[in-house]
Design a protein around this ligand. Structure first.
Ligand code: OAD
Length: 257
C-alpha cells in the first residue's frame, strides 16, 4: 500500500525538518512491521498471541523462564531474518543530512543501526546480549548455549536477554541520553508507536513541554494525535519517511544554490 498524506501536509513536515535545530525521532514497533516483525498491539500483534502479563513482565520471566524463553526464541528467529526497510533507511538518511540528531527507539531489533543510523538510543535495551539475574554479568548472545532452556550463567543464575521487561527500569545510560536529546529537541517525529507504554510515551509530552513541535507518523490515530501532535501524518512509515527524506534533500540542495 502506498497511501501518502496530502502534499501540503508532507511539505509542512519537510519544512519543519529543514528548519529545526535539533530534530529527534521516537520510534516503535510500527517502524519494523514492513521488515516482517509484528507489532505488539493491534490485529496480528504479538500481545494477541501472548498475554503480556504472562510473558512480558520480569515476574513472569522468573516464575516460568522456560515458557517465556519459548516466546523470546520465536521472536529472535523473526528478528534474525529481518532486514531494514525504507523507513529505517530514510531515518538514517535524515541523520546523514544533519536533519536528525537522534533516534530514541523502543525496538530491540537493531534495524536502525543496520540501516546506518549512528545516534540510536535503545530505550528498551537490546537482545544482542544476555545478563545473569544472579551475578549481573553480561555476555554476547552468540557465546550462549541454547541447547538447554532456560540458558544459565556459569554461576548457575538465570540468563535473561538485555531487553527491558515490564517491571524493570530503563537502562540508565539510555534514559540519560534520551532525556538529554529530548531536552534539546525542537522537533520530535513520533513514528510507529502506540505511545501507550511509559516512560517512553512521556518523551513526546516532555518534548512538547520544552517547546518542541511534535509530528506523528502512524496509520492509526493514537493518544497523541489529538492534542499533542501538531501534525499527524496518517500512513505507513515506510511510505512516508522516504518521501520526506527526498523532500528534505531537495530543500537542502536548493539552499546551497
Ligand atoms: P505497539 O505495537 O504498541 O504499537 C505499534 C504502532 O505502530 C501502532 O500504533 C500501529 O498503528 C503502528 N503501525 C503499524 N504499522 C505501521 C507502519 N507500517 N508504519 C508506521 N506505524 C505503524 O508498539 P510500541 O508502541 O513500540 O515494550 O510498543 C511499546 C512497547 O510495548 C514495546 O517496546 C514493548 C511493548 O510491550 C516492552 O516489552 C517493555
Amino acid at each position: 500500500m502506498n497511501n501518502l498524506p496530502s502534499p501540503p501536509e508532507m511539505k509542512q513536515v519537510e519544512k519543519l525538518l529543514l528548519e529545526a535545530e535539533h530534530p529527534v525521532a521516537l520510534t516503535g514497533a510500527g517502524v519494523s512491521v514492513a521488515s516482517g516483525i509484528p507489532a505488539f498491539r493491534g490485529a496480528q500483534g504479538l500481545w494477541d498471541r501472548y498475554d503480556p502479563l504472562e510473558y512480558a513482565s520480569i515476574q513472569a520471566f522468573k516464575a516460568d523462564p522456560v515458557k517465556v524463553w519459548g516466546m523470546l526464541l520465536e521472536l529472535r528467529q523473526i528478528i534474525a531474518r529481518a532486514k531494514p526497510n525504507p523507513a529505517h533507511y530514510a531515518l538514517a538518511d535524515l541523520e546523514r543530512m544533519g536533519r536528525l540528531k537522534a533516534v530514541i527507539t523502543q525496538n530491540v531489533d537493531n534495524l536502525h543501526q543496520e540501516a546506518g543510523s549512528g545516534q540510536v538510543i535503545e530505550f528498551h535495551g537490546n537482545g544482542s546480549s544476555l545478563v545473569c539475574l544472579d551475578c549481573g554479568r553480561s555476555r554476547p548472545r552468540d557465546e550462549v548455549d541454547f541447547e538447554v532452556i532456560p540458558p544459565r550463567c556459569g554461576c548457575g543464575g538465570l540468563l535473561k536477554p538485555g531487553v527491558v521487561f515490564f517491571g524493570e527500569a530503563i537502562p540508565q545510560e539510555a534514559c540519560e541520553r534520551a532525556l538529554a536529546a529530548v531536552e534539546r529537541s525542537d522537533l520530535m517525529l513520533v513514528v510507529g508507536t502506540s505511545a501507550l507504554v511509559v516512560p517512553a510515551s512521556l518523551m513526546p509530552r516532555l518534548a512538547a513541554r520544552n517547546g518542541a513541535r511534535v509530528v506523528e507518523i502512524n496509520p492509526e490515530p493514537t493518544g497523541l494525535t489529538r492534542g499533542l501532535a501538531e501534525l499527524s501524518l496518517l500512513g505507513q512509515a515506510e511510505d512516508i519517511l522516504p518521501v520526506l527524506a527526498q523532500g528534505v534533500r531537495f530543500g537542502l540542495s536548493q539552499r546551497r544554490r
